[in-house]
Design a protein around this ligand. Sequence first.
Ligand code: NAD
Length: 301
Amino acid sequence: MRAIVTGGAGFIGSHVVDALLARGDEVLVLDDLSNGKRENVPDSARLEVADVREPLSGPFEGAEACFHLAAQVDVRVSVERPADDAATNVLGTIQVLEAARAHGTRVVFASTGGAIYGECDCPAPEDAERRPVAPYGVSKLAGEEYLAAYNRLYGTGHVSLRYGNVYGPRQDPHGEAGVVAIFLGRLAAGETPRIFGDGSQTRDYVYAGDVARASLAASGQDGGVFNVGTGIETSVIELYELCRRVAGSDLQAEHAEARLGELQRSVLDRSRAERELGWRPEVGLEDGLRLTWETIAGPGS
Ligand code: NAD
């Protein structure tokens, strides 16, 4: 199969590229390298430096699937510059859908659970109320709605995946959910990490390799929205303890004032993905942190 990965030079996109190459696909990465890195793209994939905000039709010729991960990913940037966020996340998604329409390409869209559901009191199923608290969540939700509208209008089978807090090798500490990269990076450098608020806030941490498998499984679906999370909540304090354990560090974190608008609880119900995609996470948090730590501090460390 010929597949396109937009944002394939970024953190999660590069794991999707790896998974596609491993199953023998021909992979074209479209990335403007605004946040991604050329060295994240393996030699066996092709990289075309392209901006998804511009018309994209040419590269889609002959592509059966497009994994659309290119995005403005920083929640704080979306608050400061919502129009820039929407330009990439909404207009960019429309450009991808238009190119896909011209060439009969199936789109799998990287959306977000936490930023769309907002505050959770239990693992949020896909039909939970949508309460984005930042423009980033709104722009991702708009992207999903465009996919759904194209499916109704053109009979296409595009799929949206709402990821939990993804972590793993090659994560950039500045992204939507960079806390693991920040903690492990600081521990490796012997610098004191900071915990905002009392550290009781919870997230659903899912390993990037597991997210890549879910993305490939979703490309065989005929439309729909699927949560891609573990269903397990981990507090920031618990996460930091696990990071210290894998890093073999006794460094104490310092506490800082809670950040405005930060969610207290965020966790996804993964039963639909399990039922319909046959997907379940395989890498537990401690194992995933260890795999990530090894890429930061070197194997066997
Ligand atoms: P990332 O920044 O590493 O990857 C995004 C990539 O998109 C980068 O390589 C960047 O250079 C590229 N890009 C940005 N603007 C572009 C443009 N205009 N044209 C072409 N390429 C452009 O971030 P990530 O964490 O790997 O996120 C990947 C996707 O997953 C995003 O769509 C993000 O919204 C979504 N997501 C991430 C998380 C998470 O926990 N990291 C959670 C939910 C959803």
